[in-house]
Design a protein around this ligand. Structure first.
Ligand code: ADP
Ligand code: MG
Length: 606
Protein backbone atom coordinates (compact mmCIF):
# COMPACT_ATOMS: atom_id res chain seq x y z
CA UNK A 1 0.00 0.00 0.00
CA UNK A 2 1.29 3.49 -0.84
CA UNK A 3 0.32 6.84 0.57
CA UNK A 4 -1.95 7.46 -2.37
CA UNK A 5 -3.83 4.20 -1.72
CA UNK A 6 -4.24 5.17 1.93
CA UNK A 7 -5.55 8.62 1.03
CA UNK A 8 -7.99 7.30 -1.56
CA UNK A 9 -9.13 4.58 0.85
CA UNK A 10 -9.81 7.12 3.58
CA UNK A 11 -11.78 9.31 1.17
CA UNK A 12 -13.83 6.33 -0.01
CA UNK A 13 -14.53 5.36 3.59
CA UNK A 14 -15.64 8.88 4.48
CA UNK A 15 -17.93 8.99 1.45
CA UNK A 16 -19.34 5.56 2.32
CA UNK A 17 -20.33 6.45 5.86
CA UNK A 18 -21.28 10.09 5.11
CA UNK A 19 -24.99 9.28 4.91
CA UNK A 20 -24.97 7.43 8.22
CA UNK A 21 -23.00 9.76 10.45
CA UNK A 22 -25.01 11.63 13.07
CA UNK A 23 -25.99 15.22 12.29
CA UNK A 24 -23.67 16.61 14.97
CA UNK A 25 -20.64 14.79 13.56
CA UNK A 26 -21.45 16.08 10.10
CA UNK A 27 -21.68 19.63 11.44
CA UNK A 28 -18.29 19.29 13.11
CA UNK A 29 -16.80 17.81 9.94
CA UNK A 30 -18.21 20.71 8.00
CA UNK A 31 -16.53 23.25 10.24
CA UNK A 32 -13.30 21.30 10.24
CA UNK A 33 -13.34 21.31 6.44
CA UNK A 34 -13.96 25.05 6.29
CA UNK A 35 -11.25 25.86 8.83
CA UNK A 36 -8.81 23.46 7.17
CA UNK A 37 -9.25 25.32 3.90
CA UNK A 38 -8.05 28.52 5.58
CA UNK A 39 -5.32 26.70 7.48
CA UNK A 40 -3.92 25.02 4.39
CA UNK A 41 -3.47 28.46 2.85
CA UNK A 42 -1.50 29.37 5.98
CA UNK A 43 0.59 26.23 5.65
CA UNK A 44 1.61 27.40 2.20
CA UNK A 45 2.25 30.90 3.49
CA UNK A 46 3.90 30.19 6.84
CA UNK A 47 5.25 26.68 6.83
CA UNK A 48 6.39 26.55 3.23
CA UNK A 49 6.87 30.20 2.29
CA UNK A 50 8.11 31.51 5.64
CA UNK A 51 5.64 34.41 5.96
CA UNK A 52 3.14 34.98 8.73
CA UNK A 53 -0.40 36.33 8.57
CA UNK A 54 -2.67 37.03 11.51
CA UNK A 55 -5.32 38.45 9.23
CA UNK A 56 -6.73 35.39 7.46
CA UNK A 57 -10.04 35.68 9.34
CA UNK A 58 -10.57 39.04 7.69
CA UNK A 59 -10.26 37.41 4.25
CA UNK A 60 -12.76 34.79 5.38
CA UNK A 61 -15.00 37.71 6.35
CA UNK A 62 -14.60 39.35 2.95
CA UNK A 63 -15.75 36.16 1.28
CA UNK A 64 -18.68 35.79 3.63
CA UNK A 65 -19.83 39.39 3.51
CA UNK A 66 -19.51 39.66 -0.27
CA UNK A 67 -21.94 36.81 -0.83
CA UNK A 68 -24.20 37.93 2.04
CA UNK A 69 -24.58 41.37 0.52
CA UNK A 70 -25.25 40.15 -3.00
CA UNK A 71 -27.75 37.57 -1.80
CA UNK A 72 -29.75 39.77 0.55
CA UNK A 73 -29.53 43.39 -0.60
CA UNK A 74 -31.94 44.25 -3.44
CA UNK A 75 -29.61 47.07 -4.46
CA UNK A 76 -26.78 44.56 -4.97
CA UNK A 77 -28.91 42.30 -7.14
CA UNK A 78 -29.99 45.31 -9.20
CA UNK A 79 -26.36 46.30 -9.58
CA UNK A 80 -25.58 43.12 -11.51
CA UNK A 81 -28.97 43.10 -13.28
CA UNK A 82 -30.39 40.03 -11.55
CA UNK A 83 -33.73 39.58 -9.82
CA UNK A 84 -33.48 39.38 -6.00
CA UNK A 85 -33.34 35.72 -5.01
CA UNK A 86 -31.74 34.57 -8.26
CA UNK A 87 -29.75 31.36 -7.84
CA UNK A 88 -26.84 33.06 -9.59
CA UNK A 89 -26.32 35.64 -6.83
CA UNK A 90 -24.19 33.44 -4.53
CA UNK A 91 -21.84 32.82 -7.45
CA UNK A 92 -21.57 36.53 -8.16
CA UNK A 93 -20.87 36.94 -4.43
CA UNK A 94 -18.16 34.29 -4.67
CA UNK A 95 -16.44 35.98 -7.59
CA UNK A 96 -16.62 39.42 -6.00
CA UNK A 97 -15.34 38.06 -2.67
CA UNK A 98 -12.42 36.34 -4.38
CA UNK A 99 -11.61 39.40 -6.47
CA UNK A 100 -11.67 41.69 -3.46
CA UNK A 101 -9.54 39.33 -1.37
CA UNK A 102 -7.02 39.00 -4.17
CA UNK A 103 -6.88 42.77 -4.60
CA UNK A 104 -6.41 43.43 -0.87
CA UNK A 105 -3.82 40.66 -0.54
CA UNK A 106 -1.94 41.87 -3.58
CA UNK A 107 -1.93 45.43 -2.26
CA UNK A 108 -0.90 44.44 1.28
CA UNK A 109 1.70 42.08 -0.11
CA UNK A 110 3.23 44.57 -2.49
CA UNK A 111 3.60 47.25 0.16
CA UNK A 112 4.90 44.96 2.92
CA UNK A 113 6.61 42.01 1.28
CA UNK A 114 9.22 43.99 -0.57
CA UNK A 115 10.35 45.18 2.83
CA UNK A 116 12.01 42.68 5.10
CA UNK A 117 11.17 41.38 8.54
CA UNK A 118 7.92 41.95 10.38
CA UNK A 119 6.08 44.24 8.01
CA UNK A 120 3.76 41.57 6.66
CA UNK A 121 2.61 40.22 10.05
CA UNK A 122 2.08 43.79 11.27
CA UNK A 123 0.23 44.66 8.09
CA UNK A 124 -2.06 41.66 8.49
CA UNK A 125 -2.81 42.59 12.12
CA UNK A 126 -3.79 46.09 11.07
CA UNK A 127 -5.88 44.68 8.25
CA UNK A 128 -7.55 42.11 10.54
CA UNK A 129 -8.45 44.75 13.11
CA UNK A 130 -9.67 47.37 10.70
CA UNK A 131 -11.83 45.06 8.63
CA UNK A 132 -13.49 43.70 11.77
CA UNK A 133 -14.45 47.19 12.91
CA UNK A 134 -15.49 48.13 9.40
CA UNK A 135 -17.90 45.18 9.22
CA UNK A 136 -19.36 46.21 12.57
CA UNK A 137 -19.84 49.83 11.61
CA UNK A 138 -21.15 49.68 8.09
CA UNK A 139 -24.90 50.20 8.12
CA UNK A 140 -25.49 48.44 4.80
CA UNK A 141 -23.69 45.34 6.09
CA UNK A 142 -25.97 45.15 9.10
CA UNK A 143 -23.54 46.59 11.67
CA UNK A 144 -22.84 44.40 14.69
CA UNK A 145 -26.10 42.47 14.29
CA UNK A 146 -25.07 41.28 10.85
CA UNK A 147 -27.12 40.05 7.93
CA UNK A 148 -29.59 37.17 7.99
CA UNK A 149 -31.59 35.31 5.40
CA UNK A 150 -28.87 34.00 3.10
CA UNK A 151 -30.16 31.41 0.64
CA UNK A 152 -28.91 27.84 0.42
CA UNK A 153 -26.29 27.27 -2.26
CA UNK A 154 -27.30 25.40 -5.32
CA UNK A 155 -24.90 23.69 -7.68
CA UNK A 156 -26.71 23.34 -11.00
CA UNK A 157 -30.14 21.96 -10.19
CA UNK A 158 -29.08 20.52 -6.82
CA UNK A 159 -29.88 22.65 -3.82
CA UNK A 160 -27.54 22.13 -0.87
CA UNK A 161 -30.07 22.70 1.91
CA UNK A 162 -28.83 20.43 4.66
CA UNK A 163 -25.50 20.38 6.46
CA UNK A 164 -24.97 16.92 5.05
CA UNK A 165 -25.23 18.15 1.47
CA UNK A 166 -23.20 21.28 1.99
CA UNK A 167 -20.55 19.25 3.79
CA UNK A 168 -20.01 17.24 0.64
CA UNK A 169 -19.24 20.46 -1.20
CA UNK A 170 -16.92 21.65 1.59
CA UNK A 171 -14.92 18.44 1.61
CA UNK A 172 -14.84 18.15 -2.16
CA UNK A 173 -13.41 21.66 -2.38
CA UNK A 174 -10.94 20.93 0.43
CA UNK A 175 -9.71 17.68 -1.08
CA UNK A 176 -9.36 19.21 -4.53
CA UNK A 177 -7.43 22.08 -2.98
CA UNK A 178 -5.12 19.67 -1.17
CA UNK A 179 -4.56 17.80 -4.42
CA UNK A 180 -3.80 20.99 -6.34
CA UNK A 181 -1.42 22.33 -3.68
CA UNK A 182 0.32 18.99 -3.39
CA UNK A 183 0.88 19.06 -7.16
CA UNK A 184 2.04 22.65 -7.01
CA UNK A 185 4.64 21.87 -4.36
CA UNK A 186 5.87 18.95 -6.45
CA UNK A 187 6.84 21.11 -9.41
CA UNK A 188 9.27 23.71 -10.66
CA UNK A 189 7.12 26.46 -9.18
CA UNK A 190 6.91 24.52 -5.92
CA UNK A 191 10.69 24.39 -5.65
CA UNK A 192 10.78 28.15 -6.06
CA UNK A 193 8.11 28.56 -3.35
CA UNK A 194 10.03 26.32 -0.95
CA UNK A 195 13.15 28.41 -1.44
CA UNK A 196 11.40 31.57 -0.18
CA UNK A 197 11.63 30.63 3.47
CA UNK A 198 15.38 30.36 3.93
CA UNK A 199 17.05 30.95 0.61
CA UNK A 200 15.97 34.21 -0.92
CA UNK A 201 19.40 35.47 -1.98
CA UNK A 202 20.13 32.03 -3.34
CA UNK A 203 16.77 31.78 -5.14
CA UNK A 204 17.26 35.16 -6.80
CA UNK A 205 20.59 33.93 -8.12
CA UNK A 206 18.78 30.93 -9.60
CA UNK A 207 16.51 33.34 -11.43
CA UNK A 208 13.50 33.31 -9.08
CA UNK A 209 11.69 36.63 -8.65
CA UNK A 210 11.20 36.07 -4.92
CA UNK A 211 9.16 39.22 -4.22
CA UNK A 212 6.66 38.17 -6.87
CA UNK A 213 6.44 34.62 -5.57
CA UNK A 214 5.88 35.87 -2.04
CA UNK A 215 3.01 38.05 -3.16
CA UNK A 216 1.52 35.20 -5.17
CA UNK A 217 1.60 32.84 -2.19
CA UNK A 218 -0.04 35.50 -0.04
CA UNK A 219 -2.78 36.03 -2.63
CA UNK A 220 -3.29 32.27 -2.87
CA UNK A 221 -3.77 31.99 0.90
CA UNK A 222 -6.21 34.91 0.85
CA UNK A 223 -8.23 33.30 -1.95
CA UNK A 224 -8.55 30.06 0.00
CA UNK A 225 -9.70 31.98 3.08
CA UNK A 226 -12.24 33.89 1.03
CA UNK A 227 -13.56 30.67 -0.51
CA UNK A 228 -13.97 29.23 2.96
CA UNK A 229 -15.87 32.35 4.04
CA UNK A 230 -18.26 31.99 1.13
CA UNK A 231 -19.20 28.45 2.10
CA UNK A 232 -19.31 29.40 5.77
CA UNK A 233 -21.85 32.13 5.04
CA UNK A 234 -24.10 29.72 3.19
CA UNK A 235 -23.74 27.13 5.93
CA UNK A 236 -24.74 29.60 8.65
CA UNK A 237 -27.22 31.46 6.41
CA UNK A 238 -26.23 34.43 8.48
CA UNK A 239 -23.14 36.59 8.92
CA UNK A 240 -21.97 38.97 11.67
CA UNK A 241 -18.48 40.32 12.41
CA UNK A 242 -17.60 38.06 15.38
CA UNK A 243 -16.15 35.05 13.52
CA UNK A 244 -13.84 37.31 11.54
CA UNK A 245 -11.95 39.13 14.25
CA UNK A 246 -8.26 39.02 15.03
CA UNK A 247 -8.61 36.27 17.70
CA UNK A 248 -9.94 33.92 15.12
CA UNK A 249 -7.14 34.94 12.79
CA UNK A 250 -4.69 33.82 15.45
CA UNK A 251 -6.60 30.57 15.88
CA UNK A 252 -6.21 29.82 12.17
CA UNK A 253 -2.49 30.34 12.56
CA UNK A 254 -2.51 27.91 15.52
CA UNK A 255 -4.23 25.30 13.39
CA UNK A 256 -1.55 25.55 10.72
CA UNK A 257 1.32 25.51 13.23
CA UNK A 258 0.01 22.81 15.56
CA UNK A 259 -0.84 20.51 12.69
CA UNK A 260 2.57 20.89 11.12
CA UNK A 261 3.36 24.14 9.46
CA UNK A 262 5.17 22.67 6.50
CA UNK A 263 2.69 19.92 5.70
CA UNK A 264 -0.57 20.27 3.80
CA UNK A 265 -2.37 17.52 5.71
CA UNK A 266 -1.16 19.11 8.92
CA UNK A 267 -3.73 21.84 8.23
CA UNK A 268 -6.54 19.28 8.32
CA UNK A 269 -5.15 17.69 11.46
CA UNK A 270 -4.72 21.08 13.15
CA UNK A 271 -8.20 22.24 12.16
CA UNK A 272 -9.72 19.01 13.47
CA UNK A 273 -7.82 19.06 16.77
CA UNK A 274 -8.54 22.67 17.55
CA UNK A 275 -12.18 22.54 16.54
CA UNK A 276 -12.83 19.42 18.60
CA UNK A 277 -10.82 20.66 21.55
CA UNK A 278 -12.64 23.98 21.66
CA UNK A 279 -15.95 22.20 21.52
CA UNK A 280 -14.93 19.80 24.26
CA UNK A 281 -13.49 22.51 26.52
CA UNK A 282 -16.61 24.64 26.14
CA UNK A 283 -18.66 21.66 27.27
CA UNK A 284 -16.67 20.44 30.25
CA UNK A 285 -14.96 23.51 31.70
CA UNK A 286 -18.07 25.34 32.91
CA UNK A 287 -19.09 22.26 34.88
CA UNK A 288 -15.63 22.05 36.47
CA UNK A 289 -14.78 25.68 37.03
CA UNK A 290 -18.12 27.45 36.89
CA UNK A 291 -19.45 29.45 33.99
CA UNK A 292 -18.35 32.89 35.16
CA UNK A 293 -15.09 33.17 33.14
CA UNK A 294 -13.85 32.25 29.70
CA UNK A 295 -11.63 29.53 31.10
CA UNK A 296 -11.46 27.68 27.84
CA UNK A 297 -9.32 30.46 26.35
CA UNK A 298 -6.70 30.01 29.08
CA UNK A 299 -6.70 26.23 29.03
CA UNK A 300 -6.62 26.34 25.27
CA UNK A 301 -3.57 28.60 25.28
CA UNK A 302 -1.76 26.35 27.75
CA UNK A 303 -2.47 23.27 25.70
CA UNK A 304 -1.13 25.00 22.60
CA UNK A 305 2.09 25.85 24.41
CA UNK A 306 2.48 22.25 25.53
CA UNK A 307 1.96 20.88 22.03
CA UNK A 308 4.39 23.32 20.48
CA UNK A 309 6.96 22.62 23.17
CA UNK A 310 6.72 18.91 22.61
CA UNK A 311 6.30 18.99 18.79
CA UNK A 312 7.94 22.12 17.44
CA UNK A 313 7.44 20.89 13.88
CA UNK A 314 3.74 20.30 14.52
CA UNK A 315 1.96 17.01 14.98
CA UNK A 316 1.73 15.84 11.40
CA UNK A 317 5.41 14.91 10.87
CA UNK A 318 5.42 12.60 13.92
CA UNK A 319 2.21 11.00 12.77
CA UNK A 320 3.45 10.64 9.20
CA UNK A 321 6.67 8.94 10.29
CA UNK A 322 4.66 6.33 12.19
CA UNK A 323 2.29 5.70 9.31
CA UNK A 324 4.94 5.77 6.59
CA UNK A 325 6.72 2.85 8.23
CA UNK A 326 3.89 0.64 7.07
CA UNK A 327 3.62 2.08 3.59
CA UNK A 328 5.50 1.39 0.38
CA UNK A 329 7.30 4.31 -1.20
CA UNK A 330 5.41 5.89 -4.01
CA UNK A 331 6.66 5.29 -7.53
CA UNK A 332 7.48 8.54 -9.27
CA UNK A 333 5.06 9.34 -12.04
CA UNK A 334 6.79 9.62 -15.38
CA UNK A 335 5.51 11.40 -18.38
CA UNK A 336 5.79 9.68 -21.74
CA UNK A 337 5.82 12.95 -23.64
CA UNK A 338 9.15 14.32 -24.80
CA UNK A 339 9.94 17.88 -23.85
CA UNK A 340 12.84 19.97 -25.05
CA UNK A 341 14.24 22.39 -22.48
CA UNK A 342 15.37 25.84 -23.50
CA UNK A 343 19.02 25.56 -24.59
CA UNK A 344 21.62 28.27 -24.60
CA UNK A 345 24.28 28.51 -27.29
CA UNK A 346 27.59 28.78 -25.49
CA UNK A 347 30.02 31.53 -26.52
CA UNK A 348 33.07 30.60 -28.58
CA UNK A 349 36.20 29.61 -26.64
CA UNK A 350 38.40 32.57 -25.83
CA UNK A 351 35.66 35.20 -26.08
CA UNK A 352 35.03 37.46 -23.09
CA UNK A 353 31.93 36.30 -21.22
CA UNK A 354 32.02 38.42 -18.11
CA UNK A 355 33.87 41.71 -17.87
CA UNK A 356 34.48 44.38 -15.25
CA UNK A 357 35.78 47.73 -16.40
CA UNK A 358 37.07 50.31 -13.89
CA UNK A 359 34.76 48.95 -11.20
CA UNK A 360 34.88 50.72 -7.83
CA UNK A 361 32.88 50.22 -4.68
CA UNK A 362 32.74 52.64 -1.80
CA UNK A 363 31.37 51.85 1.67
CA UNK A 364 31.22 55.26 3.31
CA UNK A 365 34.85 56.31 3.60
CA UNK A 366 36.23 52.90 2.64
CA UNK A 367 37.15 52.18 -0.96
CA UNK A 368 36.64 48.40 -0.98
CA UNK A 369 37.25 48.09 -4.73
CA UNK A 370 39.32 50.66 -6.58
CA UNK A 371 39.22 50.75 -10.37
CA UNK A 372 39.26 46.98 -10.85
CA UNK A 373 39.52 45.58 -14.37
CA UNK A 374 39.01 41.89 -14.93
CA UNK A 375 37.60 39.65 -17.63
CA UNK A 376 36.63 36.01 -17.73
CA UNK A 377 36.88 34.15 -21.03
CA UNK A 378 35.12 31.05 -22.28
CA UNK A 379 37.31 28.00 -21.80
CA UNK A 380 39.53 29.35 -19.04
CA UNK A 381 39.75 29.29 -15.27
CA UNK A 382 40.46 32.74 -13.93
CA UNK A 383 41.34 33.00 -10.24
CA UNK A 384 40.90 36.07 -8.07
CA UNK A 385 43.14 35.98 -5.02
CA UNK A 386 44.24 38.37 -2.31
CA UNK A 387 44.71 38.60 1.45
CA UNK A 388 41.74 38.82 3.81
CA UNK A 389 39.84 42.07 3.43
CA UNK A 390 41.31 42.74 -0.02
CA UNK A 391 37.83 43.20 -1.50
CA UNK A 392 37.28 39.85 -3.21
CA UNK A 393 33.79 39.23 -1.87
CA UNK A 394 32.80 42.81 -2.61
CA UNK A 395 33.89 42.32 -6.21
CA UNK A 396 32.14 38.96 -6.41
CA UNK A 397 28.87 40.54 -5.29
CA UNK A 398 29.09 43.22 -7.96
CA UNK A 399 29.76 40.88 -10.85
CA UNK A 400 26.92 38.59 -9.79
CA UNK A 401 24.27 41.30 -9.38
CA UNK A 402 23.96 41.05 -5.61
CA UNK A 403 25.33 44.58 -5.24
CA UNK A 404 25.80 47.54 -7.59
CA UNK A 405 29.21 49.15 -8.25
CA UNK A 406 29.63 52.79 -7.15
CA UNK A 407 31.20 53.38 -10.56
CA UNK A 408 32.41 51.34 -13.50
CA UNK A 409 30.74 48.85 -15.79
CA UNK A 410 29.98 45.16 -15.40
CA UNK A 411 29.06 43.44 -18.63
CA UNK A 412 27.77 39.94 -19.28
CA UNK A 413 28.17 38.69 -22.86
CA UNK A 414 28.62 42.26 -23.98
CA UNK A 415 25.52 43.55 -22.23
CA UNK A 416 25.85 46.36 -19.67
CA UNK A 417 24.33 44.99 -16.44
CA UNK A 418 23.88 48.32 -14.65
CA UNK A 419 21.11 48.17 -12.00
CA UNK A 420 20.18 44.60 -12.94
CA UNK A 421 19.12 42.22 -10.15
CA UNK A 422 20.96 38.92 -9.72
CA UNK A 423 18.18 37.01 -11.44
CA UNK A 424 18.92 39.00 -14.62
CA UNK A 425 22.52 37.79 -14.37
CA UNK A 426 21.18 34.25 -14.08
CA UNK A 427 19.01 34.80 -17.14
CA UNK A 428 22.05 36.13 -18.98
CA UNK A 429 23.99 32.93 -18.35
CA UNK A 430 25.75 33.39 -15.03
CA UNK A 431 25.78 30.49 -12.59
CA UNK A 432 27.25 30.78 -9.11
CA UNK A 433 27.92 29.05 -5.83
CA UNK A 434 28.12 30.58 -2.36
CA UNK A 435 30.99 30.91 0.07
CA UNK A 436 28.69 29.71 2.85
CA UNK A 437 26.77 26.88 1.22
CA UNK A 438 23.15 27.82 0.59
CA UNK A 439 21.08 24.70 0.12
CA UNK A 440 17.66 23.64 1.35
CA UNK A 441 19.03 21.15 3.85
CA UNK A 442 15.91 19.05 4.32
CA UNK A 443 15.29 18.65 0.58
CA UNK A 444 16.98 16.05 -1.58
CA UNK A 445 20.03 16.64 -3.75
CA UNK A 446 17.79 16.22 -6.80
CA UNK A 447 15.34 18.86 -5.57
CA UNK A 448 18.10 21.33 -4.79
CA UNK A 449 19.85 20.84 -8.09
CA UNK A 450 16.61 21.08 -10.08
CA UNK A 451 16.04 24.58 -8.68
CA UNK A 452 19.03 25.64 -10.77
CA UNK A 453 16.99 24.96 -13.91
CA UNK A 454 14.21 27.28 -12.83
CA UNK A 455 14.57 29.59 -15.81
CA UNK A 456 14.62 26.74 -18.31
CA UNK A 457 10.97 25.91 -17.66
CA UNK A 458 7.86 27.99 -18.26
CA UNK A 459 4.84 26.21 -16.88
CA UNK A 460 2.98 28.28 -14.27
CA UNK A 461 1.09 27.60 -11.05
CA UNK A 462 -2.19 26.54 -12.58
CA UNK A 463 -0.52 24.10 -14.97
CA UNK A 464 1.41 22.64 -12.02
CA UNK A 465 -1.72 22.30 -9.87
CA UNK A 466 -3.52 20.48 -12.67
CA UNK A 467 -0.51 18.28 -13.48
CA UNK A 468 -0.20 19.74 -16.99
CA UNK A 469 3.51 20.35 -16.44
CA UNK A 470 4.62 16.72 -16.30
CA UNK A 471 6.52 16.60 -19.60
CA UNK A 472 8.49 19.73 -18.72
CA UNK A 473 9.00 18.55 -15.14
CA UNK A 474 10.46 15.21 -16.16
CA UNK A 475 12.79 16.97 -18.59
CA UNK A 476 13.96 19.25 -15.77
CA UNK A 477 14.46 16.29 -13.47
CA UNK A 478 16.38 14.42 -16.13
CA UNK A 479 18.65 17.43 -16.63
CA UNK A 480 19.21 17.71 -12.86
CA UNK A 481 20.10 14.02 -12.64
CA UNK A 482 22.48 14.36 -15.56
CA UNK A 483 24.38 17.18 -13.84
CA UNK A 484 24.41 15.35 -10.50
CA UNK A 485 25.96 12.31 -12.16
CA UNK A 486 28.42 14.42 -14.11
CA UNK A 487 29.58 15.94 -10.81
CA UNK A 488 29.99 12.50 -9.29
CA UNK A 489 27.12 12.58 -6.80
CA UNK A 490 25.00 9.96 -8.55
CA UNK A 491 24.87 7.82 -5.43
CA UNK A 492 23.30 10.59 -3.36
CA UNK A 493 20.46 11.79 -5.62
CA UNK A 494 17.71 11.18 -3.08
CA UNK A 495 19.59 12.06 0.09
CA UNK A 496 18.82 15.25 1.99
CA UNK A 497 21.60 17.75 1.27
CA UNK A 498 21.89 18.52 4.99
CA UNK A 499 23.20 15.00 5.60
CA UNK A 500 26.09 15.29 3.12
CA UNK A 501 29.68 16.24 3.91
CA UNK A 502 30.60 19.88 3.31
CA UNK A 503 32.68 18.98 0.26
CA UNK A 504 29.74 17.18 -1.28
CA UNK A 505 27.45 20.09 -0.49
CA UNK A 506 29.78 22.39 -2.41
CA UNK A 507 29.60 20.05 -5.37
CA UNK A 508 25.78 20.04 -5.12
CA UNK A 509 25.96 23.81 -5.50
CA UNK A 510 28.09 23.43 -8.60
CA UNK A 511 25.64 20.90 -10.05
CA UNK A 512 22.80 23.30 -9.27
CA UNK A 513 24.59 26.10 -11.12
CA UNK A 514 25.32 23.82 -14.09
CA UNK A 515 21.66 22.82 -14.39
CA UNK A 516 20.96 26.41 -15.43
CA UNK A 517 23.31 25.83 -18.39
CA UNK A 518 25.52 28.83 -17.60
CA UNK A 519 28.11 30.40 -19.90
CA UNK A 520 30.14 31.53 -16.91
CA UNK A 521 30.49 29.94 -13.49
CA UNK A 522 31.47 31.96 -10.40
CA UNK A 523 32.77 30.05 -7.40
CA UNK A 524 33.30 31.75 -4.05
CA UNK A 525 35.99 29.88 -2.09
CA UNK A 526 34.99 26.44 -3.41
CA UNK A 527 37.91 24.65 -1.72
CA UNK A 528 37.30 26.07 1.77
CA UNK A 529 36.75 23.29 4.28
CA UNK A 530 37.47 20.50 1.83
CA UNK A 531 39.75 17.57 2.55
CA UNK A 532 42.70 16.87 0.28
CA UNK A 533 40.99 14.22 -1.84
CA UNK A 534 37.87 16.34 -2.15
CA UNK A 535 40.00 19.22 -3.43
CA UNK A 536 41.55 16.98 -6.05
CA UNK A 537 38.14 15.81 -7.20
CA UNK A 538 36.93 19.40 -7.36
CA UNK A 539 39.98 20.43 -9.38
CA UNK A 540 39.33 17.61 -11.84
CA UNK A 541 35.70 18.66 -12.21
CA UNK A 542 36.58 22.31 -12.83
CA UNK A 543 39.25 21.38 -15.35
CA UNK A 544 36.74 19.23 -17.20
CA UNK A 545 34.16 22.02 -17.25
CA UNK A 546 36.75 24.46 -18.54
CA UNK A 547 37.71 22.05 -21.32
CA UNK A 548 34.06 21.89 -22.31
CA UNK A 549 34.18 25.64 -22.91
CA UNK A 550 32.80 27.11 -19.70
CA UNK A 551 34.23 30.37 -18.38
CA UNK A 552 35.10 29.97 -14.70
CA UNK A 553 36.02 32.57 -12.10
CA UNK A 554 37.25 31.27 -8.76
CA UNK A 555 37.72 33.41 -5.67
CA UNK A 556 39.97 31.34 -3.48
CA UNK A 557 42.28 31.32 -0.51
CA UNK A 558 44.00 28.02 -1.07
CA UNK A 559 47.14 28.81 -3.09
CA UNK A 560 48.04 25.28 -4.00
CA UNK A 561 44.55 24.72 -5.35
CA UNK A 562 44.60 27.99 -7.32
CA UNK A 563 48.06 27.46 -8.82
CA UNK A 564 46.93 24.03 -9.92
CA UNK A 565 43.80 24.92 -11.81
CA UNK A 566 44.06 28.59 -12.86
CA UNK A 567 44.98 29.69 -16.37
CA UNK A 568 45.19 33.32 -15.28
CA UNK A 569 45.30 34.96 -11.88
CA UNK A 570 44.36 38.45 -10.74
CA UNK A 571 45.66 39.58 -7.35
CA UNK A 572 43.83 42.16 -5.23
CA UNK A 573 45.20 44.09 -2.29
CA UNK A 574 43.39 46.90 -0.49
CA UNK A 575 40.79 46.86 -3.22
CA UNK A 576 43.32 47.37 -6.02
CA UNK A 577 44.69 45.00 -8.65
CA UNK A 578 48.39 44.61 -7.87
CA UNK A 579 49.21 41.84 -10.30
CA UNK A 580 47.80 39.88 -13.16
CA UNK A 581 49.15 36.97 -15.20
CA UNK A 582 49.73 33.23 -15.40
CA UNK A 583 50.39 31.30 -12.17
CA UNK A 584 54.09 31.20 -12.99
CA UNK A 585 54.24 34.98 -13.49
CA UNK A 586 52.22 35.79 -10.39
CA UNK A 587 54.27 33.52 -8.16
CA UNK A 588 57.42 35.50 -8.75
CA UNK A 589 55.82 38.97 -8.77
CA UNK A 590 57.50 41.03 -6.01
CA UNK A 591 54.33 43.01 -5.22
CA UNK A 592 52.45 39.78 -4.68
CA UNK A 593 55.15 38.35 -2.49
CA UNK A 594 55.12 41.50 -0.41
CA UNK A 595 51.35 41.42 -0.09
CA UNK A 596 51.43 37.88 1.20
CA UNK A 597 53.88 38.79 3.94
CA UNK A 598 56.15 35.85 4.52
CA UNK A 599 54.65 34.30 1.43
CA UNK A 600 58.01 34.01 -0.35
CA UNK A 601 58.95 31.04 1.74
CA UNK A 602 55.41 30.19 2.77
CA UNK A 603 52.16 29.83 0.89
CA UNK A 604 53.17 31.08 -2.54
CA UNK A 605 56.33 29.07 -2.80
CA UNK A 606 54.18 25.97 -2.99
P1 ADP B 1 37.65 39.78 1.09
O1 ADP B 1 36.51 39.01 0.57
O2 ADP B 1 38.75 39.94 0.11
O3 ADP B 1 38.18 39.20 2.38
P2 ADP B 1 35.73 41.91 1.42
O4 ADP B 1 35.29 42.22 0.05
O5 ADP B 1 34.81 41.08 2.24
O6 ADP B 1 37.19 41.27 1.41
O7 ADP B 1 35.98 43.27 2.19
C1 ADP B 1 36.75 44.34 1.67
C2 ADP B 1 36.63 45.51 2.62
O8 ADP B 1 35.33 46.08 2.52
C3 ADP B 1 36.81 45.13 4.08
O9 ADP B 1 37.55 46.17 4.70
C4 ADP B 1 35.42 45.06 4.61
O10 ADP B 1 35.39 45.40 5.97
C5 ADP B 1 34.71 46.11 3.77
N1 ADP B 1 33.29 45.81 3.56
C6 ADP B 1 32.80 44.73 2.94
N2 ADP B 1 31.47 44.77 2.87
C7 ADP B 1 31.08 45.91 3.49
C8 ADP B 1 29.82 46.56 3.76
N3 ADP B 1 28.67 45.99 3.36
N4 ADP B 1 29.83 47.72 4.43
C9 ADP B 1 30.99 48.28 4.83
N5 ADP B 1 32.20 47.74 4.60
C10 ADP B 1 32.26 46.58 3.94
MG1 MG C 1 35.54 37.15 1.30
Amino acid sequence: MTRRHLTLGAIALLLGIWGFLPEFTITMLNYIGLYALVAVGLVMLTGVGGMTSFGQAAFVGLGAYATAWFCTAPAAAALVGLAPGSALLPWIGLLVGLAMSAAVAWFLGSVTLRLSGHYLPLGTIAWGLSLYFLFGNLEFLGGHTGMAGLPALSVGAIELRSVRELGLLTWTVLLLTLWGLHNLLDSREGRAIRSLKTGRVMAESMGVDTARYRIKVFVLAALLASLSGWMYAHLQRFVNPTPFNLNIGIEYLFMAVVGGAGHLWGAVLGAALITLMKQYLQDILPSLLGSSGNFEVIVFGLLMLLVLQRFPEGLWPSLAVRVNRHLNPQAATRSGAIHQLAERTLPAKGSVVLGATAVSKRFGGLLANNNVNLDVRAGEVHALIGPNGAGKSTFFNMISGVDDPSSGVVSLLGRDMKNQPSRAFAAGGLGRTFQHVRLLGTRSVLDNVALGAHQRGQRGWLAAMLRLDRAEESALMQEARRQIERCGLGAHVHEATGSLALGQQRVVEIARALTGQPSVLLLDEPAAGLRHLEKQALARLLTQLRDEGLAILVVEHDMEFVMNIADRITVLEFGQVIAHGTPAEVQVNPAVLAAYLGGADGELAA
